[in-house]
Design a protein around this ligand. Structure first.
Ligand code: DON
Length: 302
């Protein structure tokens, strides 16, 4: 398996796209890093390339935090606040449903900021809520994850657009807390540090119905996984979700630091890392690696 993964990285080495620069700290990443990992449902992880390289999880946190919100508040309460329709718009757009005012889905920023507010027991403190997020992400990964304070500070200082999104949601009465605090905590969530092995273990936990195959810990109930995987399939790759589902066919989520995580139900979790992004905010080489893995290994859902 490692030889095959090295071969795939070699075949997808050609790169294009740009580093995310709206978060200054991400613009200083080494653009040439390239890594892939695969976790089977018997808990084995195989990796190749710069697999020890760490990066911030960014939007890949969104499906996992959606899962925590579903587990903590139940399906009805979460659906009342955030929809499940693809927006067809870029990840940082004001994508609210006209009739309800809900963010269209939890994978775009406006929906993910709202979802963060639904984690934890009602009335918990901001600190307790973030600890639920951090420890929840850690349970998916099978190790204790921490925040990159430099990336956090960098994004926090350039969060005007997300602040605007949070105020829009607040104006529709969907959230009741201070939008500025919520954006700060959502930004902290995006700044959790991972590597491709972590992401593929997190993906494998979703693929395995919520049971982390490496640690044996049940992180989620199967119904939560089903809901999360469905929303990843239709909305996880933003306005490229349709192309992705037809060419790769795996429920997935990308992050602006260059990660992609994919979970094929009942089969495998996979992750890639390459920082240059395409026009949709998805890792250019990551998309090509996933297309190749899907084709070679017959991973397409359909
Ligand atoms: O909210 C933001 O803009 C970032 N913290 C996360 C965006 C992101 O990862 C988009 N995905 N490709």
């Amino acid at each position: 398996m490692p030889d095959y993964l090295e071969e795939v990285l070699g075949a997808c080495a050609e790169d294009d796209g740009e580093l995310a620069d709206y978060i200054p700290e991400l613009a200083s990443a080494d653009p040439d890093r390239l890594a892939v990992a695969l976790t089977t449902l018997d808990g084995e992880t195989y990796a190749a390339g710069d697999a020890d390289e760490r990066f911030t999880v960014q939007s890949i946190s969104k499906p996992f935090v959606y899962a925590l919100a579903l587990a903590d508040r139940g399906l009805d309460a979460v659906l009342e606040a955030v929809g499940t329709e693809p927006s067809g718009d870029p990840f940082n757009e004001i994508s609210l449903e006209d009739h309800s005012g809900r963010p269209r889905n939890p994978m775009i920023n406006i929906g993910a900021i709202t979802t963060h507010s639904l984690v934890g027991t009602p009335g918990c403190t901001v600190e307790e809520r973030f600890e639920r997020v951090r420890s929840g992400l850690s349970a998916f990964a099978g190790r204790e994850l921490e925040v990159d304070e430099r990336v956090f500070a960098s994004e926090r200082a350039h969060a005007d657009r997300n602040l605007a999104l949070a105020y829009m949601v607040s104006s529709r009465g969907i959230i009741s807390e201070d939008p500025a605090v919520l954006v700060q905590e959502y930004t902290r969530q995006c700044s959790v540090v991972v590597d491709v092995r972590d992401l593929s273990a997190m993906a494998a936990t979703l693929a395995n119905g919520g049971l982390n195959p490496a640690t044996g810990v049940r992180v989620l109930e199967p119904w939560v996984c089903r809901q999360v995987l469905a929303v990843m399939a239709t909305c996880g790759m933003y306005d490229a979700a349709g192309d992705w589902l037809s060419s790769v066919g795996i429920p997935a989520k990308s992050g602006v630091a260059g990660g992609i995580m994919g979970a094929l139900p009942g089969q495998v979790g996979l992750a890639t890392f390459s920082p240059r992004l395409d026009g949709f905010g998805n890792s250019s080489r990551g998309v090509r690696i996933c297309e190749r893995l899907s084709r070679d290994m017959g991973l397409h859902l359909m």
